[in-house]
Design a protein around this ligand. Structure first.
Ligand SMILES: *Cc1c(COP(=O)(O)O)cnc(C)c1O
Length: 494
């Protein structure tokens, strides 16, 4: 049923840590001393480092031979699981395949060796890429202006809220205190609103997983600065009353914020700008296929309607028609200022730009296929009789609850079989939630393989993952990540 486990190394065998292989005096290669005359001429490299910055003790690195180092890292690389090996159905994360050509281009030395402080006349190509990409995002979302500065989705949310706050203050002399957020929003929404100094008002969803309009009407007021809508929301459901919600919020003078991290489901099909939104953020590291995970680099551009444009972070990238050149414009008086160093994560922006050029008119099919893949898997899991799905009218992802197992046990059983688990225990409003987002880049046989793994949780599993119930809260709050600390805590002498 399953193809051979993908991991090459023997999971039953406990491999020694590289520290345990260490022995005094083991070494890779002995590099001959630089001859004295050369040393006298070029000097000692150490002398280049100011004395106060030099380390006082040698680092405590394991002493191993070259072959041991090579085997250590090769083994680690084989233990790793990534989207280049198989499905990575983490709901909300859009772990799609990342084309290698984007990597190749972003590693070109003409890109990598550009310094952010270089004279702008010498980086016209980079500025043009950012300028054109902003223009493209405007068209794609129906917004009037974009900034590529924020480093991630949550950072975009925070930036968007600062813009809203400054606009309300300067244009209307208001300091509204509340941000309304449906209970189906991504967890970063309330966090960003709180960081921006707002009181978070949570509203419930109705039977279909959409915003409860009556509940919304009850909480909107002159204190409402904005409503933040994740759309499709964390249940995978597209908000069907989105127009009405916009009207209700605008009516009381609040602004509409679109969390567009899930744009994958609607890309090329529908535009937040047409739905009445004033601010939107996108996640280039999800929808636009730039590698992410493990805290890697992200990019969370935000787009605004024209009346908010002057509040965007500086510098803006502009084109001087007369001089025929791009330049960085710091002139806005109303700007909220800078939200990160330099101009954004340029290599992430570049990968997204390459992706858009590669996809061209096929970009629409991304949305179609991601929705078809997710609905195919959902229907199949429902028919198996082993899962419940409360909200079935879904787009690119869905949330299932196993009937006979705990979500954690299914997840472990999947890992056991060399299949990546979905997001578990999120969103919080579904019990034993398993949030599945297959993405458009998975072929049908891979979806079927995932289905097989999801429906064959064995009694005696897991075999290769830990059996004990870990105290996961403790593991998250007090992680012991250093080998030395582990030895000290466990009282072993090392
Ligand atoms: C991932 C995600 C975010 C947060 O993006 P980060 O880049 O992780 O900060 C916000 N909203 C939604 C809907 C998301 O899926």
């Amino acid at each position: 049923m399953f193809r051979q486990a993908r991991w090459q190394y023997d999971k039953e065998k406990i491999e020694p840590l590289i520290f345990e292989l260490s022995e005094e005096g083991k070494i890779g290669h002995i590099i001959p001393e630089v001859e004295k005359e050369i040393k006298d001429e070029i000097g000692n490299p150490e002398d280049e480092i100011p004395p106060n910055l030099r380390r006082k003790d040698l680092p405590e690195l394991p002493q191993v031979t070259e072959v041991e180092v090579v085997r250590h890292y090769t083994r680690l690389s084989q233990m790793n699981y990534g989207v280049d090996l198989g499905i990575y159905p983490l709901g909300s994360c859009t772990m799609k395949y990342n084309p290698k050509i984007s990597e190749k281009i972003s590693r070109d030395r003409r890109v990598q060796e550009v310094h952010p402080l270089q004279d702008e006349r010498t980086v016209q190509g980079s500025l043009r890429i950012m300028y054109e990409f902003e223009e493209f995002l405007c068209k794609l979302t129906g917004m009037d202006a974009f900034t590529l500065q924020p480093s991630a989705g949550a950072h975009g949310e925070f930036t968007g809220l600062l813009i809203i706050r400054k606009y309300l203050k300067e244009e209307r002399g208001e300091s509204r205190k509340e941000v309304i957020i449906p209970d189906t929003a991504h967890g970063t929404n309330p966090a960003s609103a709180a960081m921006a100094g707002y009181k978070v008002i949570v509203i419930p969803s109705d039977e279909e997983g959409c915003v409860d309009i009556e509940a919304l009407k009850e909480v909107v007021s002159k204190e409402t600065a904005a409503l933040m809508l994740t759309n499709p929301n964390t249940l995978g459901v597209f908000e069907k009353n989105v127009r009405e919600i916009s009207e209700i919020v605008h009516e009381v003078g609040g602004l509409m914020y679109y969390d567009g991290a899930n744009l994958n489901a609607i890309i090329g099909k529908a535009r937040p700008g047409d739905m009445g939104f004033d601010v939107v953020h996108l996640n280039l590291h999800k929808t636009f296929s730039t590698p992410h995970g493990g805290g890697g680099p992200g990019s969370g551009p935000i787009g605004v309607k024209y009346f908010l444009e002057e509040y965007l972070p500086v510098p803006r990238i502009r084109y001087d028609e007369k001089e025929k050149r791009y330049f960085l414009d710091y002139s806005s008086k109303k700007t909220i200022g800078k939200v990160r160093t330099f101009y954004g994560n340029f290599s992430v922006i570049l990968k997204a730009y390459v992706y858009v050029l590669l996809m061209g008119r096929y970009l629409k099919e991304v949305a179609e296929l991601s929705v078809i893949n997710s609905n195919y898997l959902m229907k199949k899991l429902l028919e198996s009789g082993e899962y419940e799905v409360k909200f079935k009218s879904v787009m690119h992802e869905f949330v299932a609850t196993p009937k006979n197992w705990r979500a954690m046990d299914v997840a472990k059983s999947l890992l056991d079989k060399g299949v990546h688990a979905p997001t578990v225990y999120f969103p919080l409003l579904v019990k034993e939630a398993m949030m599945v987002e297959p993405t458009e880049t998975e072929p049908k046989y891979e979806l079927d393989r995932f289905y097989d793994a999801m429906t064959s949780v064995e009694k005696d599993s897991p075999r290769n993952t830990s059996i004990d119930r870990l105290d996961e809260v403790k593991a998250a709050r007090n992680p012991i990540l250093s080998w030395r600390m582990y030895l000290e805590k466990s009282g072993t002498s090392g």
